[in-house]
Design a protein around this ligand. Structure first.
Ligand SMILES: [Mn+2]
Length: 307
């Protein structure tokens, strides 16, 4: 079985039966620094075949109880304008059932606003983990640049919790100061100035619909060297686990979607492994928060012989 359309090499359930949908979106239109995001979804899925089914932090095997389906990738043959491509992505995503966990594998960060627009009909909170604030109004004449997704999300009416930020533009600093809907946690403040607990508390206090957007450059480049625009500093692995624990601490979190963007495959494949494992952690923590461990063992893993 080719592993490029499977997560953990599990068989794909029909969309109607799956609780977890994974959508590969290999968008790469604007390369600011390191190319390669278009190869990321396939690299992440192929690498996921190396992970154990058991998820050690939550302490269960999510896919004994959950069914997963990796959807056909939403590609880009370059024939559409930015506006047309983003609106067709939003149409594709809006057609997916809302009661399932949707995880989109990018691709560049510019895809986030279209995904959020398709999934969040009312104003909610975007937990936005990134090295960059993403709050330029536009970049090089484009509103669809990966330099301005946070601005587009504010325009849609959402609140933002930004964390791990360590590269900002003057205009962005001014916007944060004026905008009460932004909670900004600069990376250095999280490290040395007592803000880490405040971030976890802010995440635990999120009410209503929430969307999680992770640019892999939020991590330290020592941990994830394969990103489009690396920055020194950044999250270590167990900081991310703490963030996920805080997000899923409430049993009834209304998580309308997740995207993981900005990774570029690299020779060590450490970045692909970290990304694949992060996807597994999110599914595991979400599944446990929604009590799937109490449901019958009818998940994707039960359909294969794996001993
Ligand atoms: Mn970034």
């Amino acid at each position: 079985m080719s592993t490029s359309r499977h997560f953990l090499s599990l068989p794909n359930a029909p969309v109607t039966e799956a609780e977890v949908l994974i959508l590969p979106v290999p968008l790469e239109r604007i390369v600011s620094f390191k190319p390669g995001t278009s190869a990321a979804p396939t690299a992440i899925l192929e690498t996921s075949a190396q992970l154990e089914f058991y998820e050690e932090d939550a302490g269960w095997s999510p896919f004994k109880h959950l069914k997963v389906s990796v959807l056909p990738e939403f590609g880009d043959d370059g024939s559409l304008s930015d506006k047309e491509w983003h609106s067709s992505l939003a149409d594709r995503v809006a057609a997916l059932p809302k009661d399932k966990l949707l995880i989109t594998l990018g691709g560049e960060h510019s895809l986030t606003p279209s995904l959020v627009a398709a999934r969040m009909e009312t104003a909610g909170t975007i937990l936005y983990l990134d090295a960059h604030a993403g709050m330029r109004r536009s970049d090089k004449g484009s509103h669809f640049s990966h330099a301005c997704p946070a601005t587009r999300l504010l325009e849609q009416g959402h609140s933002l919790v930004l964390a791990g930020i360590r590269s900002v533009f003057e205009e962005e600093v001014e916007l944060v100061a004026q905008e009460p809907r932004i909670s900004l946690f600069m990376d250095w403040d999280l490290r040395g100035k007592g803000q880490w607990e405040a971030l976890l508390q802010r995440i635990r206090s999120i009410q209503g619909p929430v969307y999680l957007s992770i640019d892999m450059d939020v991590f330290s480049p020592a941990l994830v060297p394969g990103v489009c625009t690396p920055q020194p500093g950044g999250f270590f692995w167990y900081q991310m686990i703490e963030v996920l624990e805080a997000l899923f601490a409430k049993r009834s979190i209304e998580l309308l979607g997740v995207d993981i963007v900005g990774m570029v495959p690299e020779p060590s494949r450490i970045s692909e492994m970290a990304t694949a494992k992060l996807v597994h952690k999110i599914i595991s923590f979400w599944g446990l928060a929604n009590s799937f461990h109490r449901k019958p063992q009818a998940g994707s893993q039960m359909q294969i012989s794996y001993e």
